[in-house]
Design a binder for this molecule. Structure first.
Ligand code: UGA
Length: 441
């Protein structure tokens, strides 16, 4: 099949590379000329395990090519996959400007009987609106398919190839058969439904994941206040198969470009239609509070943050990505700096120059230098390499050994054995000890 993928972001690039791997003739187009230039030079715009190899292989085999020329990319294609970003707008709805600009270009540039597959996350009703718009002119027949993507950054290639389910919203039995054939390599339940349901499945899934994380963070805060080891609690609760272990990792809360944006998008759709959506507002509120909570704990244990040196291990919003969109680290570092703290950061993949200009930090090229002489260390991304750290060495090099594990990455016992103070409770007899260590500096 001759396929044009519009958008060279996480979803677009991964879809294009895998469809090319399945020996379709794929062209991936993006209006960002720099991105395309980089791709043509063999440089991927994102860090995503396994993707570079897949792209290189399929370019060599000539199943995959890149261009910034939309009209040329669309020429002769049988299917167009729309995978452009739909970032949040001020009003909570996604911004569909790029999405519609792309869709509008199809009427002028493609022939008859083209399938338009929507992979961008769009509000319920968009598939129908796209179909009405594209088929307005009698000379054209476009078949619109809503096929939301469920891949996660950091494991995108694996997730695309091994999804829990495939969701396809389409209105014609013939297109349904074509979609069955296209996705035949995927061994998973395949849900065929209407456009509206397919779009809602995406919002419902992301908001449920967000809800699970805010739920476990609320339980974690309760454990901290009343006693109880949240790691044991989460593991045991998750063993109930009706609940499941996934998305019960407590910590600094969710970041990234999707969970918060789509929960917000669901709230906005509920409000437009007069549906009570308060529970999702709480999910977002709890999530934001987790970031504030870290800074509060730090302030409590150190007395105040003026002139205090803080090491931050991990900037990315999650491990195995270089993405900083809505990363908890950005909010937390900004708050620490606002309160007078001095921040030194280390992340194995993210360059601190990607932080917003207003955030001034110093950068270390390994965790040990980051922690040298600091008053506290905070872990904000669950990079696996942190697990191999020599915690005793880290502890000894610090001015005051305060450890805030914002990801519950380490076993509590291991941190205590290394001699760290873990500021878990609002008031602890250890705080004056820590504060005297700092003043004795
Ligand atoms: C999310 C969904 O998981 C994907 O299914 C979806 O396709 C994607 O959004 C999207 O809409 O494009 P993603 O944002 O890449 O994927 O990352 P997740 O792995 O879901 O993690 C989101 C955030 O939640 C991260 O900050 C992560 O650290 C945090 N998280 C995750 C927790 O705090 N606890 C957990 O137990 C799990």
């Amino acid at each position: 099949m001759k396929i044009c993928v519009v958008g060279a972001g996480y979803v677009g690039l991964v879809s294009a590379a895998i469809l090319a791997d399945w020996q379709h003739n794929v062209v991936c187009v993006d209006h960002n000329e720099q991105k395309i230039e980089d791709l043509l030079a063999g440089k991927l715009p994102i860090f995503e395990p396994g993707l570079q190899e897949l792209v290189e292989l399929n370019r060599r085999r000539q199943y995959l090519r890149f261009t910034a020329e939309m009209a040329e990319a669309l020429r002769g294609c049988e299917m167009i996959i729309v995978a452009v970003g739909t970032p949040p707008a001020e009003n909570g709805h996604p911004n569909l400007e790029d999405f519609w600009a792309v869709v509008k270009s199809f009427r002028e540039n493609v022939g008859n009987n083209v399938i338009v597959m929507i992979k961008s996350t769009v509000p319920v009703g968009t598939g129908e609106a796209v179909s009405l718009y594209l088929n307005e002119k009698v000379s054209h027949t476009f078949s619109v398919v809503s096929a939301p993507e469920f891949l996660r950054q950091g494991t995108a290639v694996h997730d695309f190839l091994h999804p829990d389910r495939l969701v396809v919203g389409c209105m014609s039995p013939e297109i349904r058969e074509q979609m069955k054939e296209l996705f035949q390599p995927l061994d998973c339940p395949k849900v065929f439904t209407d456009w509206h349901s397919a779009e809602m499945i995406k919002y419902a899934s992301n908001s449920f994941l967000a809800l699970k994380i805010s739920y476990i963070n609320t339980i974690a805060n309760l454990c901290e206040a009343v006693g109880g080891n949240i790691q044991d609690v989460a593991a045991a609760v998750g063993l109930d198969h009706r609940i499941g272990q996934a998305y019960l990792k407590p910590g600094v809360g969710f970041g990234g470009s999707c969970l918060a944006k789509d929960t917000q998008g669901l709230i906005a759709q509920g409000e437009v239609h007069g549906v009570n959506v308060w529970m999702f507002k709480d999910v977002l509120e709890v999530n934001y509070e987790q970031r504030v909570h870290i800074v509060q704990r730090l302030t409590e244990v150190l007395g105040n943050l003026k002139g205090r040196k803080i090491a931050v291990l991990g900037l990315a919003f999650k491990a195995n990505t270089d993405d900083l969109r809505d990363a908890p680290s950005v909010t937390i570092i900004a708050q620490i700096i606002k309160l007078g703290g001095l921040v030194k950061v280390y992340d194995p993949v993210v360059d601190s120059s990607s932080l917003p200009d207003a955030i001034s930090v110093s950068t270390a090229d390994n965790p040990y230098t980051a922690c040298q002489g600091v008053d506290a260390v905070i872990v904000l991304t669950e990079w696996e390499e942190f697990l191999d750290l020599d915690l005793k060495r880290l502890q000894k090099s610090m001015n005051a050994p305060v450890f805030i594990d914002g990801r519950y990455l380490f076993e509590r016992k291991r941190l205590l054995e290394a001699g760290f103070f873990l500021p878990e409770r609002p008031s602890s007899s250890e705080w004056p000890v820590v504060q005297s260590m700092i003043s004795a500096r």
